[in-house]
Design a protein around this ligand. Structure first.
Ligand SMILES: [Zn+2]
Length: 332
């Protein structure tokens, strides 16, 4: 290849028209998934202070919330729930068939039959200690009991009509347990999206405010989830989580967070033929908003550049709070 002056790479970047020929386009809205928070009660649209522009919705307000997002063509939503029932050690409120998430699934499928409805499957918003599995009397995490509880949650979501269940507890064996439970009840068409590589990240703070799901203080138990979520300094172990989830029956593998883990999205992309999802998390959302609010960057430019990073890394599905504003940021 001849170099300069015969080769001048600026030629392919010179005008917007020329750049548009060679640039990767933003994915269509159908590739985006909007995470939503559902709360008990009526007529609620509660702003989330650390996530400007995002809200907690009661089920009766959901259709109104989702309508403009569906109108932009966004393909899916991912539902997170809360309970007003007393919390317990096993998080039994999570598999209440009349719980907010279960009701939300029915409500959305009734109004928007074409919308793909995904549900987060975890216990931490429903356990009194805030961990993602029950605790044994000695305070240790009961992994296998957790898997059994998570299977009940997934079944209750599938029975309500969820297209996809997404366990996020990071318990060993949770995918196998849920796949077996779904098969037993003949939910053969329910997609299973594994939060297979979910890191113990400092970027979940705003989400925990939204969900009220920060782990509490239990004697003998750390007040964080580093004992079960993947370590950001151990990439091989994190990749192994994905390989295992594939063998246990996952349909989609997810990496979470996205922007601090673009190498992991790429790595998982290269080691599987399954679809890969990336979760652009609450802290990553809040970071860009805070930067723009201080006048240190343009929000649209920040959103587009960071989202394209996730696309370039190889994500098929982009789970992002920006999805609710697809037309503002990504529409050509
Ligand atoms: Zn959890």
């Amino acid at each position: 290849m001849s170099g300069f002056p015969n080769l001048r790479l600026r030629r392919v970047r010179r005008t917007p028209g020329i750049r548009a020929i060679f640039d990767l386009p933003f994915p269509g809205p159908e590739k985006f998934c909007w995470p939503m928070f559902v709360v008990p009660g009526h007529n609620k649209q509660e702003p989330i202070a650390s996530m400007p522009g995002q809200f907690r919705w009661s089920v009766d307000r959901l259709a109104q919330a989702v309508e403009p997002v569906v109108a932009q063509g966004v393909g899916s939503v991912l539902l997170f729930g809360q309970t007003d029932r007393p919390k317990d050690n096993g998080g039994s409120g999570a598999w209440d068939e009349r719980g907010p998430v279960q009701e939300a699934v029915r409500e959305l499928k009734r109004h928007f039959p074409e919308l793909t409805v995904m549900t987060d499957v975890c216990l931490c918003a429903y356990t009194h200690h805030g961990h993602c599995a029950p605790l044994r009397p000695d305070g240790a995490l009961d992994n296998d009991a957790g898997c059994a509880c998570l299977a009940k949650v997934a079944l209750s979501h599938a029975a309500a009509g969820a297209d996809c269940v997404a366990p996020s507890a990071m318990m060993d064996g949770q995918i196998a347990a849920i796949r077996a439970a779904l098969a037993e009840e003949h939910f053969d068409d329910t997609l299973l999206m594994a939060y297979s590589t979910k890191f113990a990240s400092a970027c979940y703070g705003p989400f925990r405010e939204a969900e009220g799901s920060a782990p509490g203080h239990v004697p003998g138990m750390p007040a964080d989830r580093k004992g079960y979520q993947a370590s950001y300094a151990n990439a091989r172990n994190a990749c192994l989580e994905s390989i295992l989830d594939e063998t246990e029956g996952a349909d989609i593998l997810m990496v979470k967070p996205a922007l601090f883990y673009l190498d992991m999205i790429r790595r998982v992309r290269e080691q599987t033929l399954l679809p890969v999802a990336a979760y652009n998390v609450s802290g990553e959302y809040a970071m860009l908003i805070a930067t723009a609010e201080r006048g240190w960057g343009d929000l649209g430019d920040l959103v587009r550049e960071s989202t394209m990073g996730i696309v370039r890394a190889g994500a098929d599905l982009i789970i992002s709070y920006w999805a609710s504003r697809y037309n503002d940021f990504f529409r050509r």
